[in-house]
Design a protein around this ligand. Structure first.
Ligand SMILES: [Zn+2]
Length: 788
C-alpha cells in the first residue's frame, strides 16, 4: 500500500509546450522481428554463424596471357591459356566466359537499355552515354579469333550471347578435374573522352597517349553455391564476379613506354634502363619516395619515337584479375611500406600533367592506404600496390588502380581537386581489400565492396588528416539523400544494375550505416573486432550479404537484425521527434512546503490583469471603508500549517522505510520524455540535458527501447539538477533528417544544413592557390608548375 501511495504522491509540476498526441494503436512490431526467411537457409557451405562451412568450395582459374598493344591502331591483340579447376561437386558440360569488351560492341545490353532525356545543353560524353552513338556503328567489341582445347589444339564450339560466351566442352569437367583451353582475340581500344568506361586511352596535346587497359582478356565467370553460373550481362553499372587464380602476364608495348601492371615484374633487367633498374631496386627498400623514371626522362621520350618493342613479364598469384597502364609519358616512382613484417612496394605512374600533385602525394597515399586498411581488416598480402593516373576517374584492380585528379595547366589546383585525388587513391587502392581479397559478387551486390570500402576510406582519410573534408561516412552527410521521397529511393539490398543513385545507395548509405554501427550502436571495440573477423573469415573467399550480417552479430553478441532491416532492406529515414517533456517532483508531503507552494500558486492565479488595474481604479472598497463588514473569512488563511497537518506528516514519515525516506528527501526531478519515431527507422535515443546551472549531461538508450512500440515511447529520466533544455541526437550521429523537432522546449529555427555546409569547407571549382600565386606574381604567363 505504501508503495502505491508513494507513486500517487508524485507531484506533477511541469507545463507542457506541445499537445500530447494520441497514442497510436500499434501492433506486433515487425521492425524488431528477426530477419528469418529474408536470409538464405544456412548449409554446409555457409554456416548460420556467417563463416564458410565445412564443405565451402570455390572455383579457380589460372591464366597465361600474352598481349600486345598496337599503338598505331589503338588495338589490343592477345592470346591466353586458361586452366580451370573444377572444385565444385558438380560436373560441368560447358563454361561461361565474360566478354566485357562487348559493352562497346553493336547492340550491347548496356547502351541499348539506357534511358535519359536530352536537355537544352549536353556534353559529348553524356550524349554518347545515352545514345551510344560512338560505338553503335563501329566495332569496338571482341574479335574472337580462336577457341581451342589446349592439349589437342582442336577448336571448341562456342556461342556468344552479348557480353557472355559459352564454350561447349568435349566432355564435362568432373569434380576435382582441371581443363585447359586457349582463346585468341583482338579489339579496338575505346578513347575514354568518347564514352569509354573503366578502360581506354587519352590523347594528350603532345600527341602521345596514356593507356589504362582492363577487362582486356576473356575471363571465366564465377560458378558457385549461391548463383550457379553468374553470367548476368555486363550493363556497365554492375561490376564483376571473378575467380581467384595464378596469372602469368606478358605485355608487349613500344620500347619507350613505362608500364605498370598487376603483379611482380619478372624481367626488370631486360625492360628497364640501367638507371631505372638501379632506382627500382632502391625503391623496394626505401622509406622515402624514389623517382624511378623522371619527368625529364619522360619529356625526352615524349618527343622521340620508339625504336622497337619490349615485353614486360609479370607474375601474380592468388588474384581475381589483372590490369595494366602504359605510356611513354609515364613518370614512375615508388617506396616501400612494411605490413606485418613484409615489404610492399608502393608505386605511382603518371604523366607530367599530374604534377605537382602526383609526385607529392600519390605513392605516399598508396602506402598509407595499404597500412591503414591492414589494421582494420587483413594484412595486405601482395608484393606491390600501384596508383596510375590517366583518363579513368577511379577504377580498381588487384595491386593496381586507375585514379583521377589533375591540376590546372599552370600547376595550381583547387582544394576539391587535391582532396578528391587523395580520396580516390585511398578508395581505389582500398578496393584491394574489398572486393579483390574479400571477393564479393559485384554484379549482384555493389554495396558489399563499395559500401565497405567507402567506410574504410572514411577511416583512412581521417588517419591521413584529422580534418579531412570527407564526403561520405558522417551521418549528417546522408541526410539530404534520406529525406527524399521514398518513391525515389531504393534499398541498399538492390541488385547493382537496378540501383538508382548508386553513389548514395551503394557507397554513402552503407558506409554511413557501418560508421553508425561502430560509433553509436555497437561501439568501437565490438565493431572493430567483428569487422576484422568478417575480413579474416572471408579473405580469398566469396561472402554474401548474409555472411556479413551473421558474422557481425556472431562475433559481437549484438542482435542487429533490426538494423539490417532498417538500413539495408528499407528506405525509411531516421526522424525522431521530442514531442514533449513532463516534469515531476516527489511530493514530500511536508505541510511547511506543500502549503507554501499551494499558497504561491493560488496567489499567482489570482493575479489577473483586472485585479492589477483595480488596485488604482477602485479607490476604496466597502470592506476597507467599513471594517464591520468583515468576519472570520476575511482573515482566514487556508494555507496556514495546523497542528493536525503536522501530526499527519509525522505519521507519514514514521511509515516510511529508511530508503524511502531518503528518496522523499532527495529533491530528485523526474522527467517523462515522449519521443516519436516519425521517420520509421528505429535508432538509439540520445538526449542531451542542459541544467539550470549551465552544466550538461548526455543519456543514451539503445534502439531496443522501440521494441514494444515503434511509433512512440515514453522514457523517464531522473536528475538531481533541474533541466532547462533537452536536445535529441546532439552530436548528429543517427542521421536524423529533421533537427528542428529534436529540441524541447523548441528552439528557434537554425540555419538550414545547406547554408551551414555552404558556409564551411571548400567549394568545388574555386582555386585559391591560383589567386594567391597571381597576387604574388602579377605577370601572366609566367606561372610555375607543369612545363607544357
Ligand atoms: Zn569503388
Amino acid at each position: 500500500m505504501r508503495k502505491i501511495s508513494f507513486i500517487i504522491s508524485l507531484f506533477y509540476a511541469g507545463l507542457t509546450w506541445a499537445q500530447a498526441p494520441t497514442m497510436p494503436n500499434y501492433h506486433a512490431n515487425d521492425r524488431f522481428e528477426q530477419l528469418g526467411t529474408a536470409l538464405p537457409t544456412p548449409n554446409t557451405y555457409r554456416t548460420a554463424s556467417g563463416a564458410p562451412g565445412k564443405d565451402y568450395w570455390q572455383q579457380r582459374a589460372d591464366y597465361d596471357i600474352k598481349v600486345e598493344l598496337d599503338e598505331a591502331n589503338n588495338k589490343i591483340i592477345g592470346t591466353e591459356t586458361i586452366t580451370y579447376f573444377n572444385q565444385s561437386p558438380d560436373a560441368l558440360p560447358y563454361v561461361w566466359i565474360q566478354l566485357d569488351q562487348n559493352l562497346f560492341a553493336k547492340n550491347s545490353p548496356g547502351p541499348i537499355t539506357r534511358t535519359g532525356d536530352l536537355g537544352n545543353q549536353t556534353t559529348m560524353t553524356s550524349l554518347s552515354t545515352i545514345t551510344d552513338m560512338n560505338y553503335s556503328n563501329a566495332d569496338y567489341g571482341y574479335n574472337i579469333q580462336a577457341v581451342k582445347d589446349a592439349k589437342t589444339g582442336k577448336p571448341l564450339r562456342y556461342t556468344i550471347n552479348q557480353t557472355m560466351m559459352r564454350i561447349d566442352l568435349p566432355q564435362p569437367i568432373l569434380p576435382k578435374q582441371t581443363y585447359s583451353f586457349s582463346i585468341d582475340w583482338n579489339y579496338r581500344i575505346v578513347e575514354v573522352a568518347k564514352g569509354g568506361r573503366r578502360t581506354g586511352f587519352e590523347v594528350f596535346k603532345d600527341g602521345n597517349n596514356v593507356y589504362e587497359i582492363a577487362q582486356f582478356y576473356p575471363r571465366l565467370c564465377v560458378y558457385d553455391d549461391v548463383t550457379g553460373w553468374q553470367h548476368k550481362q555486363y550493363y556497365s553499372q554492375g561490376e564483376f564476379a571473378l575467380n581467384f587464380g595464378n596469372f602469368k602476364l606478358a605485355i608487349t608495348v613500344p620500347d619507350d613506354h613505362v608500364l605498370g601492371a598487376t603483379g611482380e615484374l619478372q624481367n626488370a633487367a631486360q625492360v628497364l634502363t640501367p638507371t631505372q633498374l638501379k632506382n627500382f631496386e632502391k625503391a623496394k627498400t626505401s622509406e622515402k619516395v624514389v623517382v624511378i623514371s623522371s619527368q625529364e626522362e619522360r619529356e625526352k621520350a615524349e618527343k622521340g619515337k620508339p625504336s622497337g618493342k619490349k615485353t614486360w613479364i609479370f607474375k601474380a598469384d592468388n588474384v581475381r584479375d589483372v590490369a595494366f597502364a602504359t605510356s611513354r609519358k609515364y613518370i614512375w616512382d615508388g617506396k616501400m611500406q612494411e605490413v606485418a613484417g613484409k615489404k610492399v612496394l608502393c608505386m605511382s605512374f603518371y604523366p607530367k600533367e599530374g604534377n605537382p600533385l602526383w609526385g607529392k602525394y600519390s605513392t605516399e597515399v598508396v602506402a598509407h592506404t595499404v597500412k591503414t586498411y591492414s589494421k582494420f581488416s587483413v594484412d595486405y598480402p601482395y608484393p606491390v600496390a600501384i596508383s596510375c593516373h590517366g583518363p579513368i576517374g577511379g577504377m580498381e584492380y588487384p595491386m593496381l588502380s586507375f585514379n583521377g585528379g589533375r591540376p590546372e595547366a599552370d600547376g595550381t589546383y583547387s582544394e576539391a581537386t587535391k582532396y578528391g585525388m587523395i580520396g580516390v587513391i585511398i578508395h581505389e587502392v582500398g578496393h584491394n581489400f574489398f572486393p579483390m581479397i574479400i571477393n564479393n559478387d559485384e554484379r549482384q551486390w555493389m554495396w558489399m565492396d563499395e559500401g565497405l570500402n567507402t567506410f574504410m576510406q572514411y577511416l583512412t582519410e581521417k588517419e591521413w588528416d584529422k580534418d579531412y573534408p570527407t564526403r561520405r561516412g558522417e551521418p549528417q552527410m546522408i541526410v539530404d539523400y534520406m529525406k527524399q521521397d521514398p518513391k525515389n529511393l531504393v534499398p541498399i539490398m538492390t541488385m547493382s544494375d537496378n540501383l538508382i543513385n548508386a553513389g548514395a545507395s551503394a557507397y554513402a548509405k552503407p558506409a554511413t550505416a557501418l560508421n553508425i554501427l561502430r560509433e553509436t550502436v555497437m561501439g568501437r571495440e565490438l565493431f572493430d573486432y567483428a569487422f576484422k573477423e568478417y575480413s579474416r573469415r572471408w579473405a580469398f573467399k566469396s561472402p554474401t550479404p548474409a555472411d556479413l550480417f551473421r558474422t557481425l552479430e556472431d562475433a559481437s553478441g549484438v542482435d542487429l537484425d533490426w538494423f539490417w532491416k532498417g538500413w539495408f532492406y528499407g528506405v525509411e529515414p531516421v526522424d525522431q521527434d521530442l514531442v514533449e517533456v513532463e516534469w515531476f517532483a516527489l511530493d514530500t508531503q511536508n505541510p511547511d512546503i506543500t502549503k507554501a507552494n499551494a499558497k504561491k500558486e493560488a496567489e499567482d492565479k489570482r493575479n489577473t490583469v483586472a485585479r492589477q488595474r483595480d488596485k488604482d481604479f477602485i479607490k476604496e472598497s466597502v470592506v476597507e471603508k467599513n471594517p464591520d463588514m468583515k468576519d472570520f473569512y476575511n482573515s482566514y488563511d487556508p494555507y496556514k500549517v495546523t497542528d493536525a497537518d503536522k501530526k499527519k506528516y509525522e505519521t507519514y514519515l514514521a511509515s516510511l522505510t529508511p530508503d524511502e525516506r531518503k528518496l522523499v528527501e532527495s529533491g530528485l526531478n523526474f522527467y517523462t520524455l515522449k519521443v516519436k519515431n516519425k521517420g520509421g527507422l528505429p535508432m538509439p535515443v540520445i538526449v542531451k540535458m542542459q541544467f539550470e546551472d549551465g552544466t550538461d549531461s548526455v543519456a543514451r538508450f539503445p534502439a531496443e527501447i522501440w521494441r514494444l512500440n515503434d511509433q512512440q515511447v515514453s522514457k523517464v529520466i531522473t536528475t538531481k539538477k533541474k533541466v532547462v533544455q533537452w536536445t535529441l541526437d546532439p552530436f548528429r550521429e543517427i542521421a536524423d533528417i529533421d533537427e528542428e523537432s529534436n529540441s524541447f522546449p523548441r528552439q528557434p529555427t537554425k540555419p538550414t544544413r545547406f547554408q551551414l555546409f555552404k558556409g564551411g569547407g571548400f567549394q568545388r571549382g574555386t582555386n585559391p592557390m591560383r589567386e594567391a600565386q597571381q597576387a604574388q606574381q602579377p605577370k601572366a604567363g609566367q606561372q610555375g608548375g607543369a612545363k607544357n
